[in-house]
Design a protein around this ligand. Structure first.
Ligand SMILES: [Fe+2]
Ligand SMILES: [Fe+2]
Length: 151
């Protein structure tokens, strides 16, 4: 079943919401290509999904660091554990295993839960920081630089 975006997934931080929506799109794309039995494309989408997830995590961690978020370390740890699991699936896929159902289960539960709870937790700290950055027209500053580096 494909994932649908619900309002409780919105953090209210546009740059983050855009990235989260794109992650959800990748999960749905993965399911679509898998249902067509197009295995080479499944491999490509899986690679894109992993790459984009890594970029998103790195971006988010930079944002949390810049904002002085108190639970950065714990948040990073959760990202790391998830990355390791997804990488394992990617390896198994490369060895010829059909891991789609497991990946879909992991992504749909983990990703949505992480966005709703762990990511929602940093909003109060990060939002004012983002607002200041935009208010002061610092778009050429760290936010733009970070975006340029990862995307
Ligand atoms: Fe996160
Ligand atoms: Fe996130």
């Amino acid at each position: 079943m494909s994932l649908t975006w619900t309002p409780d997934l919105d953090t209210g931080i546009a740059v983050i919401d855009d990235q989260h929506r794109r992650l959800v799109d990748y999960v749905n794309q993965l399911e679509t290509v898998h249902s067509k039995g197009d295995l080479p494309t499944v491999g490509h989408v899986l690679d894109d999904l992993v790459d984009y997830t890594l970029s998103h995590f790195a971006f988010e961690e930079t944002l949390l660091e810049e904002s002085g978020y108190a639970y950065l370390k714990a948040h990073k740890r959760v990202h790391q554990l998830f990355t390791r699991r997804v990488e394992e699936y990617r390896e198994r896929f490369k060895r010829g295993e059909d891991v789609n159902a497991e990946i879909h289960r992991l992504l749909s539960s983990w990703l949505l839960n992480h966005i709703k709870h762990d990511d929602a937790d940093y909003v109060a700290t990060v939002s004012p920081q983002i607002k200041d950055t935009l208010d002061e027209q610092k778009n050429a500053g760290w936010l733009a630089r970070t975006l340029g580096r990862f995307f």
